[in-house]
Ligand binder design. Structure first.
Ligand code: GLY
Length: 365
């Protein structure tokens, strides 16, 4: 018998549900809500399975406008957004119509941005087809496109009307993409839910279709839902908690590594290296016990993620971190841990500590 779906409420000012389970596509009309007649389905060219199933499901009740876009980050350009706007215009897409995204994080970022801007905002429902999309990009309302100067520099907060995490859509996900998604899941374990770490230590890379993968996705979605409900616009949390910025754990160095590798590392792989770096930085600053620092490399290695990287010099990565959009002026900011699930922001760390953490990252455990 199929397990019933789990519904996770994202309790922001415009609350919505993230539904997690299997065989869920017939729930799409509930998430789209009343009054929709045309649905624009944004999906990467080359994702025929999941996108075809969504279009078929919607086709019986709505007029469907297919909006195929390039795969991955290549979708996140002004040209592709403009193509979508033209297609919506040609389809007579009105304020009561809706966009559905099917794909990974780049697709939902673009589709969310198109929905945020068309007629100053129409409904969007995300149907992520990757673990990364389920646990990160689809939840929380960040949308955007890239420019020559960097990633996500143009965008808007536009929360979805709902998110459908149908785990059946992961059936064709390449193993490398699954592991990359687990990088963000493990991150959630360190910043908020250590039970995630225990599950990963026990099971390693969970099989698609297994209850463990479902539990990991649900736990990571809950972490994200709670964080964005507290601090949607990333203005800061209460009582020393970093607020939404906590989701940036491992990302200050992670983004620098991702860029320096010329994107040969997947996002979750770069975040994995970045989490090890953040833990080493906390160790160097005398904030975090050796046992928790060392657990970073061991848990991440358990799912086959990289925990050391020597592909760029300290000076190169230091410069890249200084232009990260989370930096304020020239002061570096890192989310670090005092303990498991005790995150805080470290502003302007000592140069000596930054370098010591780099040396540890290069050496590996
Ligand atoms: N991916 C980080 C955030 O949603 O804030």
């Amino acid at each position: 018998m199929t397990e019933p779906a789990t519904v996770i409420r994202v309790a922001t000012a415009s609350p919505y549900d993230v539904v997690v389970g299997s065989g869920l596509l017939d729930r799409l009309p509930d998430l789209l809500g009343p009054g929709v007649s045309t649905v624009g389905v944004v999906f990467p060219d080359g994702l025929p399975g999941p996108a075809g199933r969504v279009k078929k499901q919607l086709g019986s009740a709505y007029k469907v406008t297919a909006l195929p876009v390039p795969p991955g980050e290549r979708a996140k350009t002004a040209e592709v957004a403009s193509y979508c706007w033209e297609e919506l215009g040609a389809a007579g897409f009105t304020r009561s119509d809706a966009v559905v995204s099917v794909g990974g994080g780049a697709t939902s970022d673009l589709a969310g941005f198109v929905a945020a801007t068309w007629l100053r905002g129409v409904r969007v429902v995300h149907v992520p087809s990757t673990v990364l999309g389920m646990v990160d990009a689809a939840v929380g309302g960040k949308t955007g496109i890239n420019t020559a100067a960097g990633k996500n520099l143009v965008g808007a907060f536009h929360e979805p009307a709902g998110v459908l995490c149908d785990l059946d859509l992961l059936a064709t996900l390449p193993e490398g993409e699954l592991r990359s998604g687990l990088g963000e899941v493990v991150k959630c374990g360190f910043i908020a839910d250590p039970e995630i770490l225990r599950l990963v230590e026990e099971h390693g890379v969970p099989r698609v279709g297994s209850p463990v993968l479902r539990e990991l996705v649900e736990r990571a979605v809950r972490v994200k839902a709670e964080v964005v409900a507290e601090d949607l616009r990333e203005t800061g949390g209460d009582e020393g908690h970093p607020g939404r910025e906590v989701l940036n754990y491992g990302h200050t160095m992670g983004h620098a590594v991702e860029l320096a590798s010329d994107y040969s590392l997947r996002h979750g792989e770069a975040v994995s290296i970045g989490c090890v770096y953040a833990a080493e930085l906390a160790r160097a600053a005398g904030m975090l016990d050796d046992a928790v620092v060392d657990r970073h490399a061991s848990v991440l290695a358990r799912v086959g993620l990289p925990t050391r990287w020597a592909g760029a010099s300290y000076d190169d990565l230091r410069d890249r971190m200084a232009v990260d959009k989370k930096a304020r002026g020239s002061t570096l900011r890192f989310v670090v841990l005092r303990d498991l699930a005790r995150p805080e922001v470290l502003t302007g760390p000592d140069e000596e500590h930054l370098r010591a953490a780099y040396d540890a990252m290069v050496r590996g455990a």
